[in-house]
Design a protein around this ligand. Sequence first.
Ligand SMILES: Nc1nc2c(c(=O)[nH]1)N[C@H]1C(S)=C(S)[C@@H](COP(=O)(O)OP(=O)(O)OC[C@H]3O[C@@H](n4cnc5c(=O)[nH]c(N)nc54)[C@H](O)[C@@H]3O)O[C@H]1N2
Ligand SMILES: Nc1nc2c(c(=O)[nH]1)N[C@H]1C(S)=C(S)[C@@H](COP(=O)(O)OP(=O)(O)OC[C@H]3O[C@@H](n4cnc5c(=O)[nH]c(N)nc54)[C@H](O)[C@@H]3O)O[C@H]1N2
Ligand code: SF4
Ligand SMILES: [Mo]
Length: 721
Amino acid sequence: MSLLASERGAVDGTWPSTCWECGTVCGSVVTVRDGRVAKVGPNPAHPHSRGAFCVKGILGAPGWTYHDSRLLHPLRRTGERGGGEWERVSWDDALDVVADGFARVRERHGPLALAGAVSGAFFSRGLTVALLMRSLGSPNWLINQDLCGGCRAVSDRLMGLATTNGDDIEGTHCALVVGRNPSAADPVQWQALKRAKARGARLIVIDPKRIPVAEMADVWLKPRPGSDAALALAMTHVVIAEGRYDRAFVDRWCHGFEALRDRAAKYPPAVAADLTDVPADDIVAAARMYAAGPSTFVSGHGIDAFSAGVQTFRAYHCLVAICGNIDRAGGNRRVKRPRGFKTYLDVLHDPEFRLPIDVERRTIGAERFPLWAGPGAWQMACHNPSVIDAILTGQPYPVRGMYVSGVNIVVTYPNARKTAAALRSLDVLAVATQMMNPTAELADVVLPKTTTLEEEEVALNPGGPCISYTRAAVPPRGEARCDLDIAIGLIDRLEARGALMRNVFRWRTQRELNEFLLGGSGIDLDALQAKGFAEFPYRLGNFEEQGFATPTKKLELYSTTLERLGLDPLPDFTPPVAMRCSENERASFPLVLLTGDREKAYHHSRFREQEWARRISPDPDIRVHPETAAEHGVSEGDWVWIETVNGPGRCRLRVAITDATPPGVVSTGMGWWLPDAPGPDRGAFDVNVNAAMSYDGPWDPVTGSADTRGLPCRMEARDER
Ligand SMILES: Nc1nc2c(c(=O)[nH]1)N[C@H]1C(S)=C(S)[C@@H](COP(=O)(O)OP(=O)(O)OC[C@H]3O[C@@H](n4cnc5c(=O)[nH]c(N)nc54)[C@H](O)[C@@H]3O)O[C@H]1N2
Ligand SMILES: Nc1nc2c(c(=O)[nH]1)N[C@H]1C(S)=C(S)[C@@H](COP(=O)(O)OP(=O)(O)OC[C@H]3O[C@@H](n4cnc5c(=O)[nH]c(N)nc54)[C@H](O)[C@@H]3O)O[C@H]1N2
Ligand code: SF4
Ligand SMILES: [Mo]
């Protein structure tokens, strides 16, 4: 058996590390006493987070690691699927059961009938799951990103921007915050925005709700949910018509300016005002303020993960580009890296780790969404709702076995019952997790995973920019193993069964993987470990050198890739579902539902079993304006049913009255389930908003994203308090 990375260096002391409970990846300091993590706190020396941190890192990570119900041994189902009867088995037995199951599926249906599910290639577990599936011969892996940051990432990639996480708030004159709630979602941005404001920088916030950052804005625009593309195009029109764009930058580096100008001219402020409900004068004021730059675009999930997400992001990204805010101080920095360093995404795309192209072309979803799934796609993952359908219908081909790691998809994918039904119907399901949850409840085998305090991780942090290091501060509890060890265990067994296509894994330990990533960068792993991060020199505005990865080798305002695929090459406004639905639907579903409000105590579905978190946030709230509450006859603390248009059912939420949410709109979080409720669903069909959401479209034509917000809904009172 390979050595667990975390078996090294578990020594008492205080160590610099990096929290990777979420994508903010803050620099941390971890204190180990008597072989146990005694304290986790911020590292003020860290170039990205500069001392910012959050309660999930302080309490969540250790709380999860040392929780009484932490899974410490592999489990195997003894009764029927979802029956909650388990026996403790050895790792050898557990991996044998999974390997036998996968080998059988492969023999009966071919390798494509196997799929992995994980959050994406941002952390090493994503790469690990993708490469495990590829070693078996399957290109099918499901990521969460169609529900998360996928539209932003694909728009960025189509245009050749490469600006992910590069907002330079510290150096900016103006921050444009759109669909982002930094006070809840990102303490690094939140601290930086407060500092920027204090030194006199301007702040434009575009958000339907009065979130804390809106309260300190110079200009706050409140668009109708889902209407941002019209707003961004109108701002673009003003900037161009008034000659406020960066002509030299546009002439030298942008492709398709005239076409963009003509498209934006369809949306003068008066027209956009009708579509968005934002007064025309406010649109003009915001456009002028942004154009005065240098300005940074701070974007979020509020304009992502919906059926017009890519075009909405393209509209904003074009505005950023023509104002010359790409890769300039105070703007949006392009991704910098030390020469020779490899990101997880680089490895995914490296021909050495790829499947034959005819296999990649068969990725589920590749035909319809070639920029999302298949060989030409961003993460080359599959289209999740189509995989769920493939499991249930056998079309376009059967999917019969799944390996799920570090995601709780019964809770976090829209249409919880359908996801659960699909998982139930599989021939074999293995789930790797730290705690039992509604997804793991449906498994044949549950594999206990290490937590972020027990694993070593090396990654590029584009925000620093720096290379960040996470220390395996303590050895794994019980028999927990990291993803890489689990993958190697499975690959070895499948090889012995003749069920491997080609082992694309070349690392036997996490440390070997980390050394491979550092490659020829000149960064020494021991030095990195001692400091917790490594900075590197970089240059801004080196466009000649860094180049633009587009067919025209320029920033594509007009996307030749979208044109080639028969899609609209220019950003445009598509009316959201709430503006398209019939009179009847509007009468039955009179409210607009927003989902995904981030809660400080939770990370999606995580930490629901931790007492401190449940004290901070005991119930799944639905936030309702006082007028809307009065119209619906509901009061603070009432439990209500929520149903969406075309939704698969209803969910139960608790009213919280606030005038921060506009009238006619109701807004809730995500990720709710109840660890103490009866299994197997443990509340996932009850208090989880995804019990009331559809995953079946409409879908974004580029990413296949379904609407996670902006949906017509109805709210009905229940007799319960
Ligand atoms: N504490 C905590 N932090 C987290 C997470 C967590 O679970 N807990 N999750 C992390 C992850 S994976 C993600 S993806 C991020 C998400 O965090 P954010 O990117 O901040 O996204 P949301 O909280 O979904 O929404 C942000 C804002 O978008 C607004 N919004 C909704 N619809 C629209 C619209 O049509 N237009 C505009 N302009 N705004 C709109 C909402 O009112 C909300 O204020 O948070 C990350 N940080
Ligand atoms: N309706 C609706 N649905 C949404 C969203 C929405 O806004 N609305 N948001 C979407 C978004 S942005 C996202 S990113 C997805 C998230 O969806 P998921 O990624 O499925 O959510 P998590 O709750 O983070 O996943 C939980 C699992 O993470 C695993 N995990 C792995 N490693 C660790 C670790 O080190 N520590 C901890 N604490 N847990 C770990 C555990 O196995 C745990 O069971 O949900 C999406 N779903
Ligand atoms: S924001 Fe919180 S959970 Fe996310 S990396 Fe920072 S400390 Fe960890
Ligand atoms: Mo996300």
